[in-house]
Ligand binder design. Structure first.
Ligand SMILES: CC(=O)N[C@H]1[C@@H](OP(=O)(O)OP(=O)(O)OC[C@H]2O[C@@H](n3ccc(=O)[nH]c3=O)[C@H](O)[C@@H]2O)O[C@H](CO)[C@@H](O)[C@@H]1O
Length: 354
């Protein structure tokens, strides 16, 4: 039986696309394992899938000053050594990396063991971890056609973004039941990325009564961000993070207010959910979400509200407009160009495994 090692983590966007590929490869008879950080969100997500998870030490690759910047290089070096030893033991024929800082030691450990590596980049421009890893990769799968120019050496291949199959099989009735909602009033799903967003949480809560006059709201707030003062409020349901029930909650939702993480917005696109995107600003990111959001806006899939323009007034206004125009957005989404990312990437894995 052939073994493949997956890696990727730090936030769920660097993990959930792996799940789509792992289940397909398991069906095809592959042995699947995962190397990630013990402290990252990937540990819980992968263990829920019943896939063997091997933790390594990892350090964050920050673009800003932090005292941890002095300690983290040593953690990365330790992670490279641990990955090298683990990979020697697990003997995969190929490694698949979804990026995020934990993936760098795994890619370097693969290189030291002469194991081929395929990388996937979800965003329009490669993240720092993938930028470091690309020279060591055999192939680099990309999501947006515009990304071709950012990867040299003919390594880039347009595959699209693998989406977990379960996302498409949600039941709205189960979503209503979970949230104690009904079908007579439209539902907005608010998702500030897999880690939540303080800015979006605050803007929504500042406008809660106005929004609740027209909509029911299910709000994914991120770890530690549920407001006790608002729990029990009629028509408003908060979660830190939703695992198995997420497809049901998505199926129930009529509109989405979200950050512009690539995986989330592709999931909303497949489900044809009109979206108002509030991308992470340039102050705290490299601007990848701004590019993702602009691409979706250009295609007619989403409206975009830059964080600098986010006010109480603008949020409510844009949500109301989105609702009025929701049929036009759905129509644009229904005529999207389909890629079968899972099938394309599985073929690549089979071609390049040694
Ligand atoms: C702060 C940060 O670094 N964000 C990056 C991160 O975002 P982030 O991790 O938020 O990634 P995405 O929005 O792309 O994906 C989140 C994934 O988590 C899932 N999910 C989310 C909430 C929840 O309660 N349950 C759940 O299962 C979503 O369905 C999706 O599959 O990776 C993305 C993909 O590289 C990038 O575009 C983002 O810029």
């Amino acid at each position: 039986m052939k073994t493949i090692v997956f890696t990727g983590g730090g936030s769920a966007g660097h993990v959930t696309p792996n799940i789509a590929l792992m289940s397909k490869l398991q069906q095809l008879g592959w042995e699947v394992c995962y190397i990630g950080s013990a402290a990252g969100i990937e540990k819980d997500i992968i263990e829920r899938e019943g896939v063997p998870f091997y933790p390594i030490s990892s350090g964050k690759l920050r673009r800003y000053f932090d005292l941890k910047n002095f300690k983290d290089p040593f953690r990365v070096i330790k992670g490279v050594y641990e990955s090298y030893r683990l990979l020697r033991r697990l003997k995969p024929v190929i490694v698949f990396s979804k990026g995020g800082f934990v993936s760098v030691p795994v890619v370097l450990g693969s290189r030291m063991n002469k194991i081929p590596v395929i990388i996937h980049e979800s965003d329009m421009t490669p993240g720092l971890a993938n930028k470091i890893s690309i020279p060591f990769a055999t192939k680099v799968c990309i999501t947006f056609p515009e990304s071709m120019q950012h990867v040299q050496d003919q390594k880039a291949i347009l595959t699209g973004l693998p989406i977990r199959e379960g996302i498409l099989n949600g039941k709205a009735s189960k979503g209503y039941h979970l949230c104690d909602f009904h079908s007579q009033k439209p539902v907005i799903l608010i998702m500030g990325g897999s880690l939540g967003s303080q800015v979006i949480n605050q803007a929504v809560r500042d406008n809660l009564d106005r929004l609740l006059a027209q909509f029911q709201i299910v709000h994914i707030c991120g770890n530690g961000n549920v407001s006790q003062d608002l729990s029990g409020k009629r028509g408003y349901r908060q979660f830190e993070y939703i695992s198995d029930e997420l497809p049901d909650v998505m199926a129930m939702s009529d509109l989405v207010i979200s950050r512009a993480g690539a995986t989330s917005i592709y999931e909303f696109l497949l489900l044809e959910k009109p979206m108002l995107l509030i991308p992470l600003s340039l102050q705290v990111s490299r601007g990848d979400q701004i590019l993702n959001a602009k691409s979706f806006q250009k295609a007619g899939y989403a409206d975009v509200l830059p964080e600098e323009e986010l006010t109480s007034e603008s949020l409510v206004e844009r949500v109301e407009t989105l609702y009025v125009k929701c049929e036009a957005y759905k129509e644009a989404m229904s005529s999207r160009f389909e890629t079968n990312a899972v099938e394309t990437i599985v073929k690549l894995i089979e071609t390049y495994s040694s």
